[in-house]
Design a protein around this ligand. Structure first.
Ligand SMILES: *Cc1c(COP(=O)(O)O)cnc(C)c1O
Length: 470
């Protein structure tokens, strides 16, 4: 293969007013200074023959093929291979991302075999290893700061805690995460690990994180904040891999496949969109949402408007404004950063609309559906009755959306199973089924010692806590 050495991978902001960065810089930051998100200036492209030649590769081998063009030699190939290998070595299934058949041409991709039982491990295990590698090389220490409504926190702590070059602070809304989710965070050992329960909701936590990133003067000299939320480009990059992997295991690329993706912040499905743009033949990409359906309303009726955030049985998708949707809008607005910024800023004042041609493109690229809690429980029960396979509520939303939106039953339809049902027992019980047991490596979760600090809903409480503990 000819190495396209002349192409230097650069990352640019979706708002168009920040300098371009290289991979290492983009890894070690959060939002761009202009408030945008970083995206690659040019996407790597793979032709059908190249993709076909990857059939039979193991997950880490395939991950190397897909990820290395994004890193563009900033990490030596041998080191990168090792970091990828290490990131997926702790998964409990040899396939890393096993496919399970539900019915004829109906599949789920089980993305919850990592240490914290949700798909976020795919990105955060790798992010932790990439950070440690780069920081060790630079002899640099950073502060990781993130907000979580549940799954990101534990995955980030598991992924990053082994690095002596990071201190990690994770904010979660006090008493608003499930007990399993809380214990998965608060029982993580390590002198560099801090859980902060904020007396507010998830939006309060996320806002404080953003404020802290925009003014980092509270940090000691030489320290900087690094994001572990999906605003960090490296998380998106890692997630592109399993779209290729699933396709290759079902006859791709000579055969198309479709994906239904339970969607919150739009990170996961955006990775699928990129996989398609990089050359993977994908028929449908389905945005599956719960009652918090701003994206479904936009895709189906061209209305982009804020609503009341409703708590649901699939809480990891209880998000009003999906941050990564901005990365897609950047393409939809033909990379006009100013137009993206205006569209997003306008949302606070009034509902926004896309032009006719933009709507046409959006609907060509995505289908969408919104599933309420009672239907979610029915689907959990139905799948269990049909196959004896217990799914979590996020996956149930995905499966229902897949069934409703499917336009071609000759194409394999793959729903991404984003979490293990043990994390969301309320939905399982409401479906009239018995909660599953904790997997072996977590069986003593309820006996482990918890460590957590409860803080007022106040940014200065958070920044002074961080400063005191560095
Ligand atoms: C984070 C999460 C989602 C939503 O993923 P996005 O990338 O934010 O769209 C869906 N399901 C589960 C279980 C999650 O943890």
């Amino acid at each position: 293969m000819v190495k396209e050495a002349e192409v230097v991978m650069k990352y640019i902001s979706t708002r168009g007013r920040s300098p371009a960065l290289n991979f290492e810089q983009v890894l070690l930051t959060g939002l761009a200074p202009d408030g945008g998100l970083y995206v690659p200036e040019v996407l790597p492209q793979f032709n059908q023959q190249e993709i076909a030649d990857w059939a039979g590769l193991s997950y880490p081998e395939l991950a190397f093929k897909i990820i290395s063009p994004f890193i563009n030699g900033e990490i030596a190939d041998a080191d990168l291979r090792h970091l990828i290998e290490k990131s997926y070595s702790g998964f409990s299934h040899k396939a890393i991302a096993p496919l399970r058949m539900l019915a004829n041409n109906e599949w789920v991709l089980e993305l919850y075999c990592g240490p914290t039982l949700a798909f976020k491990d795919f990105a955060l295990q790798l992010l932790g290893n990439l950070l440690d590698h780069v920081l060790t090389r630079n002899n640099q220490k950073v502060v990781i700061l993130g907000a979580t409504s549940g799954d990101t926190g534990s995955a980030a702590l598991e992924g990053c805690r082994h690095s002596s070059h990071v201190d990690i602070f994770i904010l979660h809304p006090y008493q608003r995460v499930s007990e399993v989710q809380r214990r998965q965070m608060t029982t993580v050992p390590g002198e560099n690990v801090y859980n902060l329960a904020v007396k507010g909701n998830f939006d309060d936590c996320q806002r404080m994180v953003k404020t802290a990133f925009s003014d980092q003067s509270f940090l000691p000299a030489g320290r900087q904040l690094v994001a572990v939320n999906s605003i960090n480009w490296a998380r998106i990059m890692a997630q592109i891999v399993y779209y290729f992997y699933a396709s290759l295991n079902l006859g791709g690329p000579s055969r198309q496949v479709s994906f239904s993706v339970p969607t919150g912040n739009f990170g996961d499905i955006y990775a699928g969109y990129l996989a398609r743009k990089m050359g993977l033949p994908i028929k449908q990409l389905i945005v599956a949402t719960n009652r918090n359906d701003i994206l479904h309303r936009l895709i189906s009726t061209n209305e982009y408007s804020l609503g009341e955030l409703t708590p649901t049985l699939s809480p990891s998708m209880d998000i009003m404004v999906s941050s990564n949707f901005e990365r897609y809008l950047f393409d939809l607005f033909e990379r006009d950063g100013k137009a993206v910024a205006n569209f997003i800023a306008g949302l606070d004042a009034a509902p926004q609309q896309l032009s006719t041609s933009q709507m046409k493109k959006l609907q060509q690229e995505f289908s969408s559906y919104s599933v309420d809690d009672s239907r979610t429980c029915e689907v959990i029960k139905q799948i269990f009755n049909e196959t004896e396979f217990l799914i979590d509520p996020h996956t149930a939303v995905g499966i229902e959306a897949a069934r409703v939106c499917n336009v071609d039953h000759t194409v394999p339809m793959i729903t991404l199973a984003t979490a293990h049902p043990v994390k969301f027992t309320e939905a399982v019980e409401k479906a009239g089924l018995q909660s599953p047991e904790l997997p072996m490596h977590m069986s003593d979760l309820f006996e482990r010692e918890e460590r957590c600090s409860i803080l007022e809903n106040d940014i200065s409480a958070v920044t002074s806590f961080i400063r005191k503990h560095l």
